[in-house]
Ligand binder design. Sequence first.
Ligand SMILES: Cc1cc2nc3c(=O)[nH]c(=O)nc-3n(C[C@H](O)[C@H](O)[C@H](O)COP(=O)(O)O)c2cc1C
Length: 454
Amino acid sequence: MAIEQNQESDLRSYLTGLEKAGKLARIKKQVNPRHEIAGVMLKAAQQGKPALLFENVKGHDIPVAANLCASRERLAMALGVPAETARDVYRERVSRPLPAEKVRSGACQEEVFSSVDLTRLPIITAHELDAGPYITAGVIIVKDPRSGVYNASFQRILPLTKNRAAIYIGRSSDLMRCYQESGDNPLPVAIAIGLHPTFLLAAAVKFPFHVSEIEVAGGLREEPVRMVTAVSVPLDVPASAEIILEGRLLPRVTEAEGPFGEYTGYYGAGSIAARQSQVIEFTALTHRRRPIYQALTSGPTLGHESSYLSCLAKEAIVLQAAMAVSPAVERVNIMLSRYIAVIQVNDKRRKGDVSQIMAAAFSAMEYLKYVVLVDEDVDIESYSDVFWAISTRVDPGRDLLIFPKMRMEPLDPSTEEMCDKVGIDATVPLDRKEGFKRTAIPNFDEIDLDDYLP
Ligand SMILES: Cc1cc2nc3c(=O)[nH]c(=O)nc-3n(C[C@H](O)[C@H](O)[C@H](O)COP(=O)(O)O)c2cc1C
């Protein structure tokens, strides 16, 4: 299938870019949306394979795109920059949101259905105990009933019938605030599926309530997002989306939802029981001609795209907070489990900086349970290098700092929304640097094993 182009940066332009760079694999073999697609996605990402386009999905005529951001390099491609600069470019661009542009018509409405049948979509079931197929790469778009500011976020969606679905809305999310503000009135919503990855990067982050993630998405790709009027609800929707589900979040209605395989690697916050979640009643389905569905999975390891989407933003937030308290802060890597931040510092650190930096990081990001400080000679992307520093540069009695009773992200199954946090100072004392010179073999990088091994 040829990928038709539009003028705007959209999913198709990104897929075409990936394909030209040899980073998109088309899968012709028939695949089952129940577990098989998720299995292939995870294995392919773990083994550093290209992004995937499943063209033959059992029971469906809509292809599934996957693993589009399942590496740092692919995230950088979405931003159009080299991987080494992605973090800095991201930080700079999110601070320059671009207002959306209203357009009269959009490719997302090339085909319009007023009767919604969710079973038409190739929604995947990922994990063993998942309650059913979940829409995972859908961006939920709402307008704050008071201010009119648009909000875009990811929330998992479990179809209940052909035109109703349960949606899990975290209680501290802006979406929950909009839902509560709409009181006894249904809240108009749109689920946009199949967007340019910069949109996903914006939706994965909780920006301040008055900041619209749609404008952030525009800033991230340096091009305004084009929005078109929805067909059945008073809302604008991204014109270039592959698929739009329009509907209403119902006031005071909940249904059993879950379990669902979370990014922690468990099925919930220490329980596999279903929870009561809000309900959407859909009023229209619109899509492009020959639409492409997108799927993603959540999990704690390399290979789950959701980690890449949310860590880039979390790193930017922690870096900004840490830099504000110390001139020694260089870089941040949030390990993919989300709960560990590695912060690289230079020799400009002053008395007290170690604990100031740790406290700033914990305050800025309640997801963090551990903050590890390392020197500039440690590769913060390398788990083995970071753990080598922890094992050889830490005197536990001196270098472990406890920050008592701080708020913790509620999905962590081992804590109950509060816990003591641990800072690990794995830097070398400034006056003892010489004894910590790393061993090295001269000319190591120049050795090409093909010159020696058969
Ligand atoms: C792939 C992915 C799936 C997510 N699923 C959910 C979810 O089911 N429920 C939820 O409350 N947050 C979920 N999140 C987190 C929110 O989307 C994220 O916190 C977002 O910033 C909330 O935005 P808001 O506060 O602007 O509404 C998910 C994030 C990602 C990246």
